[in-house]
Design a protein around this ligand. Structure first.
Ligand SMILES: Nc1nc(=O)c2c([nH]1)NC[C@@H]1CN(c3ccc(C(=O)N[C@@H](CCC(=O)O)C(=O)O)cc3)C=[N+]21
Length: 284
């Protein structure tokens, strides 16, 4: 048996097809959604992600607002750019690409993002709203994971989900999303202090691997038929390597490829958050 593919690339295209008429409706009201990115320094990975985000925007008629800043920019100057985007009516949502160079305080920058313009749902106000169960931008990767599972009819209601990794961008926030009444999953959040990772993974209907440890999920840890999502991004000998051992495909019922799985879904939800922010700005 080999796992069915949770195709993030095709699902992104389907989501874009649904966003296009919403963008057209905004155009009729004279509004073009604008997605901003703030990129500090010249990390090649970050550059390529930001480039992909703007290519996605262009595809569905969303304007790009790009601020590429030198690696040695000061905290004050970076915060001034954030203030500028907060004040720019053409920018409906933006992200500050993470990680930032070490001399900068990322939390202070994220705190400064106007909550209604937080496109990745990672600013403190958005995270607080998620905890409280109030409306707000949802973090793009967890949101994309849930959307991907729903569109392939993978059951979450009552499901046992094991999440590996407690980072804010994926693991910790995914636990919050999955345990909402609307998803209704039971979540086990694993991390470096977990005593028996194999046992936690083995009883899961759905496994989300977001540890950033290449190949940490082995076939003997996966229950036959389980859905396995690979969120790991590591580079081994110059090649993108995920957290899921390729042999898991022989055991799992569903598998998100990497690349081509959760990455494109993250980008789809980012654009979706910006279109939604533009719709809210028009309604105000
Ligand atoms: N504020 C902030 N928000 C982010 O959302 C954010 C961030 N900072 N910093 C970096 C990470 C990384 N990230 C990716 C998004 C899409 C792909 C993606 O689409 N990858 C493709 C291509 C991969 C390849 O071939 O290189 C794929 O998986 O198929 C990857 C990585 C968003 N991040």
């Amino acid at each position: 048996m080999t796992a069915k593919i949770l195709d993030g690339k095709a699902t992104k295209d389907a989501i874009f097809a649904e966003l296009r008429p919403r963008v057209a409706a905004l155009a009729e009201r004279g509004v073009t959604p604008g997605l901003g990115t703030v990129l500090v320094g010249d990390d090649p990975g970050s550059h390529s992600y930001v480039k992909m985000k703007h290519a996605d925007s262009a595809k569905i008629g969303v304007n790009s607002i790009r601020r590429d800043l030198p690696a040695d920019i000061s905290q004050e100057k970076l915060e001034a750019v954030v203030d500028d985007l907060n004040a720019d009516p053409a920018c409906h949502g933006y992200i500050v690409q993470l990680p930032l160079p070490r001399h900068l305080d990322a939390n202070r920058v994220l705190e400064r993002i106007a909550p209604e313009k937080d496109a990745d749902g990672l600013a403190p106000v958005s995270l607080g709203r998620l905890v409280l169960g109030r409306r707000g931008a949802l973090p793009c990767t967890p949101y994309g994971i849930i959307e991907l599972l729903k569109r392939y009819d993978v059951e979450l209601n009552g499901a046992q989900v094991t999440v590996v990794g407690r980072g804010i961008t994926v693991g910790r926030t995914l636990g919050l999303l999955l345990t909402r009444r609307s998803e209704n999953a039971t979540v086990t959040l694993c991390h470096t202090g977990t005593r028996d990772l194999a046992a936690e993974v083995r009883r899961a209907d759905v496994v989300v691997a977001a540890a950033g440890v290449p190949g940490i999920i082995k076939p003997d840890m996966v229950r036959p038929g389980a859905a396995v999502l690979d969120v790991g991004v590591s580079h081994v000998e110059g090649k993108l390597t995920g957290d899921v051992d390729p042999a898991v495909a022989e055991v799992a019922g569903w598998l998100s490829p990497n690349p081509g799985g959760v990455g494109p879904m993250t980008r789809a939800m980012l654009v979706s958050n910006v279109v939604e922010a533009a719709e809210r700005a028009v309604a105000r």
